[in-house]
Design a protein around this ligand. Structure first.
Ligand SMILES: [Zn+2]
Length: 326
């Protein structure tokens, strides 16, 4: 059975958990973008919901659990204390098992002890209700409110929040840049419906090898838009978006092997990043970072890992004359 102090400890733990969640969401929205890159916020919400549910149902069960045996429970010890030299003794009376603090009493004294033991326990101690459902609902409401804040800031602030003219101007620019790398006229579309690319398809972009059409996720389109039209650079997100556009462009060029495509993309990404508004040194730095994180982006698929030839002077070096790579 849960004691009052245990309940209090649990309560403050939940309070801390909620505070922690709120602080984390704020950090996720406003803090370093590495956090957004590596921590899917929806998983954080799921875990928080699980902890709330676990605490609520755990408390509820604790309040109603029937002891498996008839050993003295916390409630008995509260009534009789530890200090007494009495021993709790099991007595059978009218088919009931009763624990009485026995110290050699007889006759009436013994009867009084048995009667005391048979009295229903005080309601406040006996019912020991679990955590009130109001507290659980409050926790759920907080999680829902934070999720709503994230959802609004992601959709309003993202690609979908742009007006049609801006989207058209941006995709025209992406298409022009992709055509330079592909070597022929191609079209880049941003897949707002999530039908072609996205979390479900486990891809940031998709292109027909040697074809004329590629799709990027709205998140990548948004990063490219922010860079080209708002001069906004969020280091690893911007770098990834440039790499993805260059990657799909190399597929359109006719390169099929993922590892070669990615190696070429990181090299072309330097020039692409510059044309979209990055300073030369930043463009190099972002693509080097992408190369360093290659294993991370490959997400366990060996096809996407660049080979040992993806280095300065290697077989995949697109510019042998330069010692910079990428
Ligand atoms: Zn690919």
């Amino acid at each position: 059975m849960e004691t009052a102090s245990e309940r209090l400890r649990g309560g403050s733990a939940v309070g801390l958990l909620r505070l922690g969640l709120a602080v984390f969401v704020l950090l996720w929205l406003l803090g370093p973008d590495a956090l957004q890159d590596y921590v899917p916020i929806w998983i954080v919400f799921l875990v928080a919901l699980g902890l709330e549910a676990n605490y609520f149902f755990g408390g509820w069960r604790g309040g109603w659990r029937v002891p498996a045996d008839r050993l003295p429970q916390a409630v008995d010890r509260e009534r009789y204390g530890y200090a007494e030299p009495r021993e709790l003794t099991l007595v059978h009376r009218d088919g009931e098992e009763l624990w009485i603090p026995y110290a050699g009493e007889e006759g009436e004294e013994l009867e009084r002890l048995i009667e005391e033991a048979r009295e229903p326990e005080p309601a406040a101690v006996a019912s020991a209700p679990g955590r009130p459902i109001g507290q659980f609902l409050l926790g759920c409401a907080l999680i829902a409110a934070l999720a709503l804040v994230v959802w609004i800031s992601e959709t309003r602030g993202g690609w979908r929040g742009l007006d049609e003219d801006r989207k058209a101007a941006a995709t025209a620019l992406f298409s022009t840049e992709a055509s330079r790398i592909a070597g022929h006229a191609v079209t880049i579309r941003c897949d707002e419906g999530g039908n072609v690319v996205g979390a479900v398809q486990h891809a940031d972009g998709v292109a027909q090898v040697g074809g004329t059409l590629a799709y990027l996720t709205p998140e990548r389109c948004n990063s490219l838009y922010r860079l080209a039209f708002e001069d906004e650079v969020k280091s690893s997100q911007t770098g990834r978006a440039i790499a993805v556009l260059a990657h799909e462009s190399w597929h359109l060029h006719g390169i099929r092997a993922e590892s070669t495509t990615e190696c070429y993309a990181l090299q072309s990404g330097v020039g692409l990043g510059r044309r979209l508004g990055l300073a030369g040194s930043t463009a190099h730095q972002l693509m080097r970072q992408q190369l360093a994180e290659n294993a991370l982006h490959a997400e366990g698929s060996a096809d996407y890992l660049v080979t040992a030839e993806c280095r300065d002077g290697g077989a995949l070096d697109l510019d042998r004359g330069s010692s910079e790579f990428p």
